[in-house]
Design a protein around this ligand. Sequence first.
Ligand SMILES: *[C@@H]1O[C@H](CO)[C@@H](O)[C@H](O)[C@H]1NC(C)=O
Length: 399
Amino acid sequence: MTLTSLFQYAVNVLGICALGYLLFLGLLAIPFFQDQAIYLHSVTLTWFQDVTIAEQWGFLRNQVTPFTLNTPDGVTLHAWHILPLELYRRHEEELVKQPEGIANEMTDRTSFKLLRDDPEALLVLYLHGAAGTLGSGWRPPSYRAMSAGAPDKIHTVAIDYRGFGSSSGSPSEQGLLTDAITLAEWAMREAGIPPSRIVIFGQSLGTAVGIALTEHYATQSNPILFAGMVLVAPFADVELLTSTYRIAGTVPILGPLSPFPRLLAFFNTFILSKWPSKDKLASFVRECEAIPGDDHKYHITIIHAQDDYDIPWSHSDQLFWHAVNASRPGGVTFDELEEEKEQTKTGLGPAGWVAEYRTTKGVVREEIAKWGLHDRIMSYPVVSLAVLRAFEAKAVPGK
Ligand SMILES: *[C@@H]1O[C@H](CO)[C@@H](O)[C@H](O)[C@H]1NC(C)=O
């Protein structure tokens, strides 16, 4: 091959790539394909597996009780109630004799009774990320991490959003919020767990759902505050996300356009899902700071791995900033806060670092781990401890 034909070849390859990318951008302008790219709900990753049989993902017999929730707009969601290990051990004999499959009533299962009838039971409402189902990837180990800090107390309930797994419907921003509200209402009404014994956990896309959920309840005329919120690998909003996100850590969405801010902004106007997490988190903190009295406190933990190739950890800096800024009457600029963090953060050597900001009304923590990738980290002890800390913040006498 001569130098000119090699050059010609390279130009052709680049041309084909550019055309392919333009076609991809064109498809993205169509809501159906856009939703597929954002929610990835058709990528189930648990193909041909029945999500009502949790034993496939390493759970003990009837440690997981599958059940369904009905949303006010007629969608059926599939859910898992996961028993913590020590509680399971204490009731093992009874549990193994229970029927399997989807539970219809709370009264017919020991697992539900253990949640509802224990005045000290703690509950994590688990909001998973894009793609897959309840049983995908690092989610099952992550459920086990939720309760690791108090294996006799912490129950977990996870859902597949509409359009995911066996749940009906198809995803949308409002739809996923409705799903999360349906889960929270079930927890507070059916299971009878007060919000002070509930922690909201979200990972990736689930962080946006979790923030929207807590903001929804905090901004009601009678504000409801949960014990805390743990956000793993979050993003600041979809606009910032599209310029940095890589599907499965490799396929960029609008990344190639990021040198062209106007073009990027133009394409972002086509994206229907906005998920404005940074603004909603700020609104949540402002709301909490304004509630008079001492008995409402917020507790936010933001966790991100430095080697997260799907969503860079700079998103967590942004969220932390928006939360802290909202808690200060005069506000603080991003650079000012970064400087403050340099002075006050705690270095944890090879484990990373943590920055914490407190007011009389609440706590915001940012924990950056050196390792953990995008998904794996949600099964790590750093998450177990964050969940426990959120519950304990609420357990102070009189709070
Ligand atoms: C930071 O807080 C100040 C004061 O509340 C507010 O005016 C400003 O808009 C906030 N900045 C951002 C980026 O939200």
